[in-house]
Design a protein around this ligand. Structure first.
Ligand code: PLP
Length: 385
């Protein structure tokens, strides 16, 4: 950790562990200690560590063709774009590939400017990334304030509040961006009719509806995309995190008239849609299909949420599929993260009394049960200090 402090920027603080290997939902640190991974690289290693299909697909690709730039097509980018189009259920869907969630949202922001309008509505506490455009969409003052001035014309309204949205959206609105479930904010689920209402307000005002599915996409909630339960479709979907199963890849998928807004020369990325990153994404999608992972996500999510709700010291459990947030009776989340680590499980605390869990989607029932035991013991120990 001394080496980290001497050579790596301090923007993350100093990590508490150095991880060296992993298999499925188990990771091993540089002292040989193993942990159950209930954070999965921040909801990213959707099929765990070293999944054989990803290893095979990526290894084969790097030995065949590593990078070509978007001056040229290659088989993987074509196949992945086609797969994503199919997953949206909309044959007009066209994808722009990039390398991260922030970049996917940057692309959506630029796309919205092509409508000829420039007002945007986003939500308070939402997280859309850290680059200047994505940060302007992000609704967390602690992340925004040091970097002002940000992009103008973006209004942030309370998340889940349909009438606040109705008041904020008007004919000047170019786009509305929301997370179907807010992830970084602590796994906040909106009321049932919220997304549907947004669709209606956007349609009435000719605004693009963008769902940031960077965290809730790729099966995390039990569906391909976190909004599917609502029965409506957005104009734009942004993806990253789980898409590459651990390799950096992002996507901005636009549908309907939004799919026609970008013209040649409007946007680009040197690495976007790279053969290796797309090989990983193709392996992720085909493994989820082959292993029928989405069905298991619901089952495991219910088991986890039901058991966690019974633990003394847990006041609320929420989320969908394997994206789970819990509120603790006492503000001991940071201590709980530390204690769980000592007892052999990695979890995350978005705030002083909130815990977020986002294990790999193919975690076993036995591993889920083992985790619940660790979590119960850890919470009991930190609550009595
Ligand atoms: C993580 C996240 C982002 C940013 O993704 P990066 O790859 O870190 O740039 C954007 N939106 C949501 C909802 C996220 O969870």
């Amino acid at each position: 950790m001394k080496r980290w402090e001497k050579t790596v920027q301090d923007n993350y603080g100093t990590p508490s562990l150095e991880l060296v290997s992993g298999k499925g939902s188990i990771v091993r640190d540089s002292n040989g200690v193993t942990y159950l991974d209930f954070l999965a690289g921040i909801a990213t290693n959707i099929l765990g560590h070293a999944h054989p299909a990803i290893v095979k697909s990526v290894s084969k690709q790097i030995a065949t063709l590593g990078h070509v730039s978007n001056f040229y097509a290659h088989p993987n980018v074509l196949e992945l774009a086609q797969k994503l189009q199919k997953m949206t259920g909309d044959s007009s869907a066209r994808t722009f590939f990039c390398n991260s969630g922030a970049e996917a949202n940057e692309a959506a922001l630029k796309l919205s400017r092509k409508t000829g309008k420039d007002r945007i509505v986003a939500t308070q506490e939402a997280f859309h990334g850290r680059t200047m455009g994505a940060l302007s969409l992000t609704g967390q003052p602690s992340k925004r304030n040091p970097f002002k001035p940000l992009i103008k014309g973006i209004k942030h309204v309370p998340f889940g509040d349909s009438s606040a949205m109705r008041r904020a959206i008007n004919k000047k609105t170019a786009m509305v961006i929301v997370e179907p479930i807010m992830g970084e904010a602590g796994v906040i689920v909106p009321p049932d009719d919220y997304l549907k209402n947004l669709r209606q307000y956007c349609d009435e005002n000719g605004a693009l509806l963008v769902f940031d599915c960077v965290q809730t996409g790729m099966g995390r909630t039990g569906d391909w995309f976190g909004y599917e339960y609502s029965g409506i479709r957005p104009d734009v979907i942004t993806l990253a995190k789980g898409l590459g199963g651990g390799l950096p890849i992002g996507a901005m998928i636009a549908m309907g008239s939004a799919s026609q807004l970008f013209a040649a020369g409007d946007h680009g990325s040197t690495f976007g849609g790279n053969p290796i990153a797309t090989a990983a994404a193709l392996a992720v999608i085909s493994s989820i299909e082959k292993e029928k992972t989405l069905q298991k996500v619901d089952e495991l999510g219910i088991l986890l949420r039901t058991e966690l709700a019974l633990i003394p010291g847990v006041s609320e459990v929420r989320g969908a599929g394997l994206l789970i947030g819990l509120t603790l009776d006492k503000p001991v989340a940071k201590e709980l993260v530390k204690k769980c680590q000592e007892l052999g499980a990695l979890i995350n605390a978005p705030s002083a009394s909130v815990i977020r869990l986002a294990p790999a989607l193919n975690i076993s029932t036995a591993q889920v049960k083992k985790f619940i035991g660790i979590f119960r013991q850890a919470l009991q120990e930190v609550s009595h200090v």
